[in-house]
Design a protein around this ligand. Structure first.
Ligand SMILES: Cc1cc2nc3c(=O)[nH]c(=O)nc-3n(C[C@H](O)[C@H](O)[C@H](O)COP(=O)(O)O)c2cc1C
Length: 207
């Protein structure tokens, strides 16, 4: 039985404490660590998305993985706002000063509405990053592209107004989701060196 990495992760998450399920599954998993590492290492942001709707089962998986994101003190300081309405996606993409133009052609967006408690701004920030990366990974497991968008200052206020988010909450990150627009993706400009070599960032034992 072949189990893709994403399915394996979902088994682990969806069955919580039922370790036996995970262990039994792992014995049948033919996916090697190398393939899983290649999957993790290969995650990239995709801004060129197609508006074709995503199957509900795919969205359910992505949301389930998001729900299981770890957070500081396990506060889970978020609400997820799923947007599929085209007019709303387009309005968000066009918010002045916003940086989420990729919502324009996305099949769906997920606004990460954080608690906004000023005493725990650091928690919100860190946990928001974890949440977005998990959403990207879960999407990629289904062959769905994703991109991070940010709203700050007046742009965040306008996005909150459009989405009717309560004023005390923090809305900074939106995720765009959709199948990859292969043609647009092929023609995007690419930096020559998308990541620094490890030798530029890794120090060992002391600085
Ligand atoms: C904190 C944060 C904020 C980001 N904000 C935006 C954004 O506003 N708009 C956008 O298109 N991408 C945004 N990105 C995506 C980055 O530009 C992207 O992760 C980076 O360029 C690497 O792209 P790659 O995965 O294709 O290599 C953001 C990423 C992070 C982590």
């Amino acid at each position: 039985m072949e189990v893709r990495f994403g399915q394996c992760a979902q088994v682990a998450a969806g069955h919580g404490g039922r370790e036996r399920t995970l262990i039994d599954m792992s014995q049948t998993v033919s996916t090697s660590a190398r393939e899983q590492i290649a999957f993790l290492r290969g995650l990239r942001q995709v801004r060129q998305l197609r508006p074709d709707p995503l199957p509900q089962a795919v969205l359910d998986d992505i949301l389930e993985v998001a729900r299981w994101t770890g957070s500081a003190r396990n506060i889970q300081p978020w609400d997820l706002l799923l947007v599929r309405d085209r007019a709303m996606l387009q309005a968000l993409a066009r918010v002045e000063g916003g940086r989420a133009a990729h919502l324009l052609n996305a099949a769906a967006g997920i606004a990460l509405v954080m608690n906004g408690n000023p005493e725990h701004f650091d928690f919100d920030t860190y946990d928001e990053g974890r949440l977005s990366e998990r959403i990207m990974l879960a999407a990629a497991a289904h062959g769905v592209g994703s991109a991070v968008g940010w709203f700050k200052g007046a742009a965040s206020d306008e996005a909150k107004r459009l989405l009717r988010v309560p004023s005390g909450r923090l809305l900074r990150t939106t995720m765009s989701l959709g199948y990859v627009d292969a043609e647009g993706h092929a023609h995007r400009s690419r930096p020559q060196q998308p990541r620094k070599p490890l030798s530029d960032m890794l120090r060992q034992e002391h600085w």
